[in-house]
Ligand binder design. Sequence first.
Ligand code: COI
Length: 355
Amino acid sequence: MDIPILLCKDEQKKPIPEDSELVFGKTFTNHMFFMHYNDSKWQNPRIIPYQPFEMDPACAVLHYSQEIFEGMKAFRHPDDTINLFRPYENAERMNLSAERMCMPKLNKDLFVKAIIEVVRVDKEWVPKSPGTSLYIRPTMIASETYLGLRPSNEYYFFVILSPVGYFFKDGFKPTKAYVATENVRATPGGTGEAKTGGNYAGTLYETQKAKDLGYPQVIWLDSLERKYIDEGSAMNIIFVVDDELYTPPLIGTILPGITRKSVLELAENLGYTTHEEMLDINVLAEQIKNNQCTEAFFVGTAASITPIGEIFFKQENYTINGGEVGPITKHLYDELIGIQTGKIPDRFNWTVKVG
Ligand code: COI
């Protein structure tokens, strides 16, 4: 199926920012993909000039947050082709989120085609400097004008594009994380594994507190015992203990991260042993102290691989690897970024060419 394209007029076109000016999620390209759902089907898929849309103040998403989204990236390769990273994984996860939030599923081929087409239209916006990419934000919202509490009968699905630099302003440098010991992000049986806005809104209060204390990120603990690692506010987390990788299992409370999955697959392929198991923060804190846990890093689409140099837990600071990037973190980062940016051949068939 061809997706109709309405190009913006020359006078509507925005200037493309320099790579050096890019910050995460501030600038958007000239076009977007849009379709809506009513009469029990997705209607009128199209690419249109990037624009605000009108919403009735009684629109369901504004009241009950029936919303899901994805985060993906396109990279410019040395041969100037543009490539997506594992887009079918995002299609799959979006449908899992849709199911949890009682929203309509998307045809996975249409999802990927929509992204390929809109990225192709704005391909000159894909930056090329190290640490940059085109961030892709597919989003579905409940658009019915209705205040009763039930799943909406109407939805918007749209895809917007944003050229980005590093998620953390310091780039690939160790960040600091604060372990939240009171509030929680998710609970068994809740919506923790769905990529829905409310999960992120719920992290803001604690993250603000952490930032005020000098920690840009929060590490969340489980809701029942407040001792097992969950994830960061915007990404999953991996620890290196005795040169092996440890990350919490997918038990319904954490996001099934595509970067998490890719890093685990990559690590196994490179000969590292990986474990998905419940991780007690008290044990990890001891292991950091006695240099058994030598590295820790966040993994996410926006954050890529971000090393953690210091963890604040119960009024104590735990410095990891002297606050420096560890060798395993660096190895995995170089491999992942190498594949994403086309500098290392993609032996996994993860990349999908846009053109
Ligand atoms: C992503 O990593 O793509 C996310 O959606 C996290 C978001 C907070 C930027």
